[in-house]
Ligand binder design. Structure first.
Ligand SMILES: Nc1nc2c(c(=O)[nH]1)N[C@H]1C(S)=C(S)[C@@H](COP(=O)(O)OP(=O)(O)OC[C@H]3O[C@@H](n4cnc5c(=O)[nH]c(N)nc54)[C@H](O)[C@@H]3O)O[C@H]1N2
Ligand SMILES: Nc1nc2c(c(=O)[nH]1)N[C@H]1C(S)=C(S)[C@@H](COP(=O)(O)OP(=O)(O)OC[C@H]3O[C@@H](n4cnc5c(=O)[nH]c(N)nc54)[C@H](O)[C@@H]3O)O[C@H]1N2
Ligand code: SF4
Ligand SMILES: [Mo]
Length: 734
């Protein structure tokens, strides 16, 4: 047996853990944390350690598939698929124009930096504006809020040095996504608490993170805007803000104070069902504790409850009026390594236009915005006939049928397309509807780098790597013998060549990225570069990196570089200010006040369904792997035991969960970490609506409970994906 071990990077989530991969006779047999990696020091999670099962999954596609008119699938050579897809796209563009072709980039774009960028280049090449990502069904309010508030060019406070932190509707011990740095967050939090950090968590569930908090507020879901407005009001009325920071760097303070004034402690406590003194204690603790107080970060739970843009804006406002940004003379928390250098300065980058421009959607008055196109409206754009109708969709590493809101509408939309192409490692729920499924290489079969994990800090504060850390690893193994797998970026280049398109590859996009770097993005004409390998393309992408690519490559176990950058003084001529008084967003606070009465629980829907993530799955990925589901391949509806007793339900029993929109079958499971009036489910499970009978094998699709066109963020189109009113009844409805 020939066995080799090599360093690699797990990119299942944004933590990008350095791992050690064992390959035996050409097969990936073991993945563990890398003890020689200075950032991770041997850490990995269950998903990363399951990379061998993920690669060797019997469901994995080793060849691309084409659907026959009778619905059956047969293998097709990737090159042949490209010929046919290119011809069909050309025909659609000639007949219906470029807008008839849309692209959707899901979470599995992250592991393959060139794939998303080439997909985007392809869309620019055909001149279609219809490029969508999972970002707008995630936390698009983050980019909207930054555009309205401005950016602090000194960067974030370092969690590893802070004395307090406030987390709202996020569970970073599981998600590794925000607030507590994702690089071994359990260890990071333990160390912080040991040195005296006070963590405050707002979550209707005693999440893994909330269980470690100094104060856990367990409110009714969907009340985070009111709670944050209340905290801002308390900080202002008790004079706990940073007067000097506000005088030097902030505009709109009086407008903010006026807008939050109705959110008194008594009002907030009654509305969110909190003990008033606990709310007041939490606000005071955040505002006053320690010499180096920290920031506020919100996650998906808080963002999904209707007013995501306003919610994120209030997080920035609270952070800013308390002066919680890195100041002149302090170390830069997230210095660039694989990104181009930038000089951190103790000054504001002013607000900029964030929405209401660019491509107009034909529904709900939505437009393109800094967060990207509103994905929750893409099914409508496919279904709505007339000029501009979308006829073809290309999905990269995403699973609309599992993850988009309103699954029945999504099904109608995808079935009505003239062309659906997915790039997926298996016959996912969406791929089962596709005309072509392109089988790509997987994580350990491609080179890897940490640039993506570093880059996400430009989307929002509280993310990214809090150290000058970088890692690049070579391919760990060859694709399986007899397979015909493509790298996704080469698929798009292949289409472009066939369609006679001139493609321009740009090495990063979105999130204000290019705005905050000293070298402009690299623009590569691709047609001349057909001989480029992925390794060479990565080298090009890194040609303006602060740490030279060759240097990064010399340390395959990753390296924390000796960069000791400090935040510089404000430029003498800088007059820019962070804006905490955005009129449009603050006006939405009045609407929140008015919604109060209508938020009272409807007796027909006595529970609120909240979102939460599972440690062993990345959205829908991994849900069919025994190594990860360990005999439970479904997503139960978690319910407090008292609520179950009242309904006479037993753990393991089949139930029906109904919202005003639709219903799903599920399996109930007792969970005393929830409020008794709240139930919770993991998303991205379930089969097609016709497969409800397989609930114990496939789980259930929460997206079915969610309409896209009734309650949604008016800027980003994000529908209400948490705090959904539901009823739970025994037995399965037909
Ligand atoms: N109700 C509800 N809805 C939600 C959420 C929620 O919490 N509740 N969360 C929202 C959020 S935050 C997000 S980001 C979206 C996620 O939405 P999506 O990104 O659309 O969904 P995923 O399930 O992550 O899709 C991953 C797909 O990639 C495939 N895949 C796995 N590995 C690879 C690979 O190596 N290469 C390629 N090409 N494909 C691969 C998987 O088989 C799967 O089909 O869902 C959103 N929807
Ligand atoms: N293991 C694992 N890691 C992941 C993912 C995964 O599927 N599995 N998905 C990745 C993706 S795509 C994303 S976007 C990130 C998301 O990362 P997070 O935003 O941290 O997502 P969750 O872990 O679901 O945590 C959301 C928390 O919000 C709470 N919550 C729900 N509704 C409300 C509400 O109305 N108010 C408040 N205050 N809290 C509420 C839930 O109880 C839950 O604890 O995670 C990423 N990391
Ligand atoms: S934390 Fe994320 S990157 Fe690290 S091993 Fe787990 S899934 Fe992979
Ligand atoms: Mo996400």
């Amino acid at each position: 047996m020939a066995t080799t071990t090599k360093p690699g990077i797990c990119r299942i989530c944004s933590a990008h853990c350095g791992v050690i991969a064992t390959v035996t006779d050409g097969k990936l047999t073991k993945v563990t944390g890398d003890p020689d990696n200075p950032m991770f020091q041997g850490y990995s999670c269950a998903k990363g350690r399951a990379l061998p099962e993920i690669h060797n999954n019997p469901h994995r596609l080793l060849r691309s598939r084409k659907r026959a008119p009778d619905g059956s699938y047969a293998d097709i050579e990737a090159e042949r698929a490209m010929d046919e897809i290119a011809a069909k796209l050309q025909e659609l563009i000639a007949t219906h124009g470029p807008r008839s072709v849309a692209m959707y980039l899901g979470t599995n774009g992250l592991p393959y930096p060139a794939s998303a960028l080439m997909g985007n280049a392809f869309m620019r090449g055909i001149e279609s504006p219809m490029f969508f990502t999972a970002n707008t069904i995630d936390q698009p309010g983050k980019q909207i809020a930054l555009a309205a508030h401005g950016h602090w060019l000194g960067g974030d406070v370092n969690f590893h040095e802070a004395d307090s932190w406030l987390l709202v509707g996020t569970n970073p011990l599981v998600s590794k996504a925000i607030g507590i740095p994702g690089q071994n967050p359990g260890q990071g939090l333990r160390t912080a608490i040991a040195r005296g950090m006070k963590l405050i968590v707002i979550d209707p569930r005693r999440s893994q993170t909330a269980a470690k908090a100094a104060i856990h507020l367990q409110p009714r879901p969907g009340q985070d805007v009111a709670i944050l407005a209340g905290m801002i009001n308390l900080v202002i009325t008790e004079g706990l803000f940073d007067d000097r920071f506000i005088t030097e760097h902030v505009a709109g303070f009086d407008e903010l104070a006026r807008a939050v004034a109705p959110f008194t402690p008594a009002y907030v406590a009654a509305r969110a069902d909190l003990i008033q003194q606990e709310f007041v204690d939490a606000a005071r603790l955040f505002a006053t504790h320690g010499d180096r107080p920290g920031m506020v970060n919100a996650g998906t739970g808080a963002n999904f409850a209707r007013h995501g843009s306003l919610l994120e804006y209030l997080c920035l406002c609270l952070t800013t009026i308390c002066g919680r940004w890195q100041r002149a003379g302090e170390p830069v928390t997230r210095p660039n390594a694989m990104m181009p250098a930038y000089t951190a300065k103790a000054q504001a980058h002013p607000p900029y236009e964030g929405w209401g421009y660019g491509e107009q959607l034909r529904v709900r008055g939505l437009t393109d915005a800094v967060c990207g196109m509103p994905t929750a409206a893409l099914a409508d754009e496919i279904l709505l006939e007339g000029e501009g109708q979308v006829k073809a969709l290309i999905c990269i590493g995403g699973n609309p049928m599992a993850a988009w809101p309103d699954q029945r509408k999504t099904l109608r939309a995808l079935e009505s397309l003239e062309l659906l192409v997915t790039l997926d490692t298996e016959m996912s729920l969406t791929s089962r509807l596709a005309d072509y499924v392109i089988a790509p290489m997987m994580q350990m079969e491609t080179p890897a780098m940490t640039m993506g994990s570093e880059l996400i800090k430009y989307y929002t504060s509280g993310t990214g790597i809090p150290a000058p850390y970088a890692q690049y690893t070579e391919r760990v193994l060859e694709p399986p013998p007899d397979s015909d797998l493509t790298e996704e970026w080469l698929f798009f280049l292949g289409l472009a060549k066939r369609m006679g398109l001139e493609l321009w590859f740009v090495n990063f996009f979105g999130g204000g990225g290019g705005r905050f770097m000293e070298s402009p993005p690299i623009v590569l004409p691709m047609n001349a570069a057909t001989e480029l390998t992925t390794e060479e393309l990565f080298a090009q992408m890194c040609s303006t990196s602060r740490i030279p690519f060759d240097e990064v490559r010399r340390h395959p176990h990753g390296r924390i570089y000796d960069v000791h950058e400090v935040v510089e003084e404000r430029d003498a001529d800088c007059t820019a200010r962070l804006d905490v008084g955005n009129a449009g967003l603050l006006a939405e606070l009045d609407e929140v006040l008015e919604e109060d009465a209508s938020e009272v629980l409807d007796p027909d829907f006595p529970f609120r369904m909240i979102s939460r993530r599972h440690n062993n799955y990345m959205n829908s990925s991994g849900t069919n792997l025994a190594a990860l589901h360990r005999g439970k391949p479904y997503n139960p509806v978690y319910m407090h035991p008292d609520a179950m007793a009242e309904l006479g339900l037993q753990s393991g029993e089949l139930v029906t969960v109904r919202s005003p929109h639709d219903f799903i079958p599920s399996v109930v499971e007792a969970d005393d970490s929830l409020r008794p009036d709240v139930v919770a489910m993991h998303h991205a499970f379930g089969g097609l609506p016709s497969e409800d009978g397989e609930v114990r094998e496939r789980g259930s699709n929460i997206g079915r409970l969610i309409p896209t066109d009734i309650e949604y963020d008016r800027i980003t189109g994000l529908p209400r994906q948490s705090n959904i009113p539901v009823a739970v009844t025994a037995g399965v409805r037909d």
